[in-house]
Structures are given as structure tokens and as C-alpha cells.
Design a protein around this ligand. Sequence first.
Ligand code: TRP
Length: 336
Amino acid sequence: MKNADFLTGITPSGTPHLGNYVGAIRPAVESSKRRDLTSYYFLADYHSLIKNHDPKKRERSSLEIAAAWIALGLDYENCVFYRQSDIPEIPELTWILTCLTAKGLMNRAHAYKAAIQENEADKNKDSDKGITMGLFSYPILMAADILMFNARKVPVGKDQIQHLEMTRDIAGRFNHQYKKLFILPEVVVDESSAVLSGLDGRKMSKSYNNFIPLFDTEKQLRKMVMKIATNSIGPDEPKDPKTCTLFSIYKAFATESETQAMAERYAKGIAWGTMKQELFEYINQILKEPRTRYDELIQNPGDIETILKAGAVKAREFSVPFLDKIRKTIGIRSLG
Ligand code: TRP
């Protein structure tokens, strides 16, 4: 197996939603099909330990996310699709990297700093209240995910840019201290892959609880679309597509010419009820077939397991010999 041209992880926390689809799943599905690239995609279940302490939720979320990616057309035979916890080399590399990472670097991590600030704002005597070592050092686990497969490019959301900078810093330290084994990975923030608005107009996100699940029933999808907040402009009055949540969601799914045509209907004053119905129909027609596949996969988790296990075998074709090389380089090797 070759090193990763593209690599990205998905933390199994929660149910896959429309925002995940346009932001991460759809672009990944496209590159998973490319014969000229080796793409690695994995369920970052060790990352999910940081926030979630409910085993059932973690298990369910892993199942749903794997099923969603497969149902939406991930070419799991062409790419490398696996579960982080099936690759024991990752936690081993994490420790090796931990011993090279400056504590000061971790002190600067946004997520950790935000947690400290929250405690201080709450007038907590202990500014580290509730902060585990997992939260503190999680950028090192992420660095190990990436460096284990010597990934060249890492597509992520904007909130992950700092983690990529840290990964490069850590890789540089290893290369300097021991030997140049690691490629410094580049972050890829795809500006064109839309950030979807949620039910209330803010970014669609699990943490705002304003998301539309990808694979509820058709009836439920319709109900959710009907819930999207609009303003009180009347049925025949012109409307501004730029500030409209319905339009922004439509745009993330439709072609350019369809989007253009819809903008013209806004100018003429399409009624909100009509727009909601059309938006529902548009999304539903895209999700209909994947929904059937998804339901089948959820009913047959053994099929998903087989796919993930085969992915781990492929991934370990790279990670086992590479970790061996890393161990030798740092002087952990057979003495005889
Ligand atoms: N931390 C990432 C997120 O929250 C998920 C992730 C874990 C990841 N390991 C990764 C992304 C490695 C890219 C590469 O979105």
C-alpha cells in the first residue's frame, strides 16, 4: 500500500447530517473514486473518547457514519477506509510523538484554551476543571493519524487548521531529532465545499442541534425542511436569496443553472411554502437510493464490519513496516 495522497478522519459523535454530506462526505466520495490518488478515510473513534463517555452512543455513531459513507457511494475498494482503533500502530506512534512535543505547543491549542477561558469566566478556582489529558494532548493523536500514513494533503474544516500546523511542527521535530522520515502534510480547506446553514440559519452543526439528519424517513425529512426558519415576507413579494437559509441549502445541492433559475423565482416572489416543498423534493430525490442502501447496511452491521476490517488490512500494509522503521530509527530495536 502507498502512503496517503489524501487523508481525513471523521469523529463518530452523533448522527450524520446534511452539513456533513456537503462539507465532508460528498468531496471524499468523489476523491475516493480517483484511480490516480490514494485516499485514506477513517473513523476517528479514539478521538470520540474525548467528549463522549457513553459506549452505546459511540458504537451507534460509528455504525451510522460508516453506513452513511458507504451508502453515499464511497469507493471503499479503491480507497482505504478503516477504523482508527483497528490500527494499533497509531497509539504507539502517538506516544513516540508525545515525547517530542513541547508542552507549550499544546498550551496554545484553541480547544484547550477555550476550555480554560470558560472555567475562568465561570470563576472556577481551578482553571483546568473538567479538562482531561485527552483533551489537552489530542492534537498529538491527530498528528499520529496523519503521520502514520505520511499523508501529503489533509482536507479539513477551518477549525482544524491549527492542528495541521501542530502536526507539521511535530513532524519537523522528529525529522530534526532523528531522521527525515515524515512528509510535512499540507492542510486543504476547500472553500467551495459549502458550509451549510441549519434550521435556525446558523451553521448546521450537532452542537447547535439545528441539523437535518441525512437518513431519517422521507416523512421526517419533509418535516425537518418545513421547520427551517424563514421571514414573514408574503407569498408574492420579491425575496432575497442571499440571506435565505432555504436557498443556501438548495444551492449546496443543485446545479449552477438550477440555482440561477431559482434566484430568478426569488426575485419574482416564490412563496415560502412552495420553496420548502421544492427543496424537500430536490434533496429527497438525491437521498432516496442511498437511504435504501443505508437502511440495509444498518440492518446488516456485519457487512460494514467486513469492509472496515478489509480497510484496516490495507492500511496496516503501510503502517506496520513504517512503524518498524520509526522504531529502529529511535533505537527501539532488537538487540541481537
Ligand atoms: N479532529 C478532526 C475533527 O474533529 C477529526 C480527525 C481526527 C482528523 N484525526 C484526523 C481529521 C486526522 C484529519 C486528519 O474534525
